[in-house]
Design a protein around this ligand. Structure first.
Ligand code: GLU
Length: 429
């Protein structure tokens, strides 16, 4: 029997880039370079498990709404499934499936003992009250209770979710199994076994990768002009840490718009403004208003897309002026744009390396929880930095050895490690 790559629960509209097809083309690209067996590629092109649940929720006005909740488990060859849960209106099963596959390569590249998964609910969390979000989160996780667990599948925050949602999910899981299970999620509040440093981890990882890549070009962060698309958890932390290291953050934006100042923005003030205005930057006194799209083509040294996927495409790739693009979001640069930019001499640091700081500290949180020993923030940051820098160096080395761009190098390392483990484990039965 031939398996369907993904259930045709939804048709992807023609003309749009299907994120899952795109993820498969990255896999095939790496597989070709690695000369992988076609059977192995076939296995890795299919998520191991795809779950969609219905989430009936009573809204504050008494109305009942039924939402869809997805969880896609791509691979557990190297360890428990691992990956975030996203609340965003653009969530689709295909996008979640693509992101689950990315998590597999990311964990393998970083050398952490996890497989890949992702979850998502297609909602705009800003349109729901805290009480509604709590009911949605609790019902979602209770519907998935048999599919997750500290040695099975460990969710974490992603776009639109945070430590707050993780606490509700950990509590719901624990109440249902009858005892407290902190290891079922990572990115939890520190009060219930979360790790110090987790909240800033993805942004810190981005800062480390930018710093290392600039150092390889004989430059430091001081005075480097950086534009950041997205001011959520990742974009905001990256901006703050890069600013602290002396970089000039010349522009930041969100979907609603942003600000640009060639002399550099006051990031601490911007952070306070965004926190007071439900993450919006519109109306911030300083700088010139700029759209999310125009930020991508600004004259800057480093461009950090830290929002959604498919932001730099065939349509705008020739207008990108940055000499370095760092994918803090998942999949913001399409395959065609990546090749074009690399051919132009632009250094593109791929997502599975650049934004891995979050899952690395998730791993450190899990390890601390399992060993009942909790570290101070300095130790967490130090361990994370070590793993990030090692992975960065492996990617650079692989890129030189294969004469391949950094994305292909990162993929051959990630995919190669999973394929080797798959071959060693063999196929059951
Ligand atoms: N959502 C983050 C990611 O895409 C973190 C995942 C995790 O910590 O498991 O890498």
């Amino acid at each position: 029997m031939v398996a369907t790559p993904l259930p045709s629960l939804e048709n992807h509209s023609p003309g749009h880039i299907c994120p899952f097809d795109q993820a498969c083309s990255y896999l095939e690209w790496a597989a070709k370079e690695l000369k992988l067996d076609q059977g192995v590629v076939e296995i890795l092109s299919h998520p191991r498990k795809v779950v969609t649940v219905s989430i009936p929720v009573k809204l504050d006005n008494g109305e009942i709404r039924v939402l869809a909740g997805h969880r896609v488990q791509h691979s557990d060859i190297l360890g428990p499934y691992k990956g975030g849960i996203r609340y965003h209106p653009a969530v689709t099963l295909r996008e979640v499936s693509a992101l689950a596959m990315l998590m597999t390569w990311k964990c393998a590249l970083l050398g952490i003992p996890y497989g890949g998964a992702k979850g998502g609910i297609p909602i705009d969390p800003k349109k729901y009250s805290v009480g509604e979000l709590e009911r949605i989160s609790r019902r979602y996780i209770s519907e998935l209770i048999k599919d997750i667990g500290p040695s099975v599948d460990i969710p974490a925050p992603d776009m639109g979710t945070s430590a707050r949602e993780m606490a509700w999910m950990m509590d719901t899981y624990s109440v249902n199994v009858g005892h407290s299970v902190p290891g079922v999620v990572t990115g939890k509040p520190v009060s219930i076994g979360g790790s110090l440093g987790r909240e800033m981890a993805t942004g810190r990882g981005v800062m480390i990768i930018v710093r290392e890549a600039l150092a390889d070009q004989g430059k430091s962060l001081v005075g480097v002009r950086i534009a950041i698309q997205g001011f959520g958890n990742v974009g905001c932390a990256a901006a703050e840490l890069l600013h602290k290291e002396g970089a000039k953050i010349i522009a930041v934006s969100t979907g609603a718009g942003g600000v640009f100042s060639p002399d550099g923005l006051d990031i601490p003030a911007l952070k306070i403004y965004a926190a007071e205005n439900r993450r919006s930057l519109v109306g911030f006194g300083e700088g010139i208003p700029i759209s999310n799209a125009d930020l991508l083509t600004l004259d800057c040294d480093v461009l950090i897309p830290a929002a959604l996927e498919n932001q730099i495409t065939e349509e705008n790739m020739s207008q990108v002026q940055a000499k370095m693009v760092v994918e803090a979001a998942n999949g913001p640069v399409t395959l065609e744009a990546n090749q074009f930019l690399a051919d132009q001499g632009v250094t593109v640091l791929p997502d599975i390396l650049a934004n891995a700081g979050g899952v690395v500290v998730s791993y450190l949180e899990w390890v601390q929880g399992l060993s009942y020993v909790f570290w101070d923030e300095e130790r967490v940051n130090g361990e994370m930095e070590y793993l990030m820098v090692q992975a960065y160096r492996r990617v650079i080395q692989e890129s030189k050895a294969r004469m391949a761009n950094l994305r292909l190098a990162a993929y051959t390392l990630g995919v190669g490690r999973v394929a080797r483990a798959l071959t060693d484990r063999g196929l059951y039965p």
